[in-house]
Write a protein that binds this ligand. Sequence first.
Ligand code: 5GP
Length: 114
Amino acid sequence: MSDTIFDKILAKQIPAQIVYEDNDVLAFRDISPQAKVHVLVIPKKKARNLNELRSWRPEDVGIFFQKVASVAEQLGLAGSGYRTVLNTGHEGGQSVDYVHAHILGGESLSGRFA
Ligand code: 5GP
C-alpha cells in the first residue's frame, strides 16, 4: 500500500496542526476546513477505508470510533453537537486513501450536507 499524505502526517514527515494523539489515533485540523471546526481523525493502524475495517477486530473498530467521540468532546463539541463523515471510495468522495473520520462543528450545520 503506497504512502498517502496521511501516512506522511502520521510519520511527522509533513506538518499538520495536531489536536490529539495517543497510541491508537492521530487527530489534526483539515487543511481546507468546511466548518468552523474541521478535524480529521485517523487510526495509527492503517486501513484504506471503511471497507477495510471489516477485517479488523470489532474491538479495534470500536476503539477507533470511541476515540473519534473523545476528540469531539475535547474540541468542546460534545454538548452542542457535530457531524462525523467517512467518505469511502471514488464515488463516496474519498480523496485520501487512508481511513479518516471528519469531525465538523463549531456552528450549526442544519440544512448543510457536507
Ligand atoms: P476525503 O475527501 O478523502 O474524505 O477527505 C480528505 C480531507 O483531507 C479533505 O477534507 C482535505 O482538505 C484534507 N487534506 C488533504 N490534504 C491534506 C493535508 O496535507 N493536510 C491536512 N491537514 N489535510 C489535508
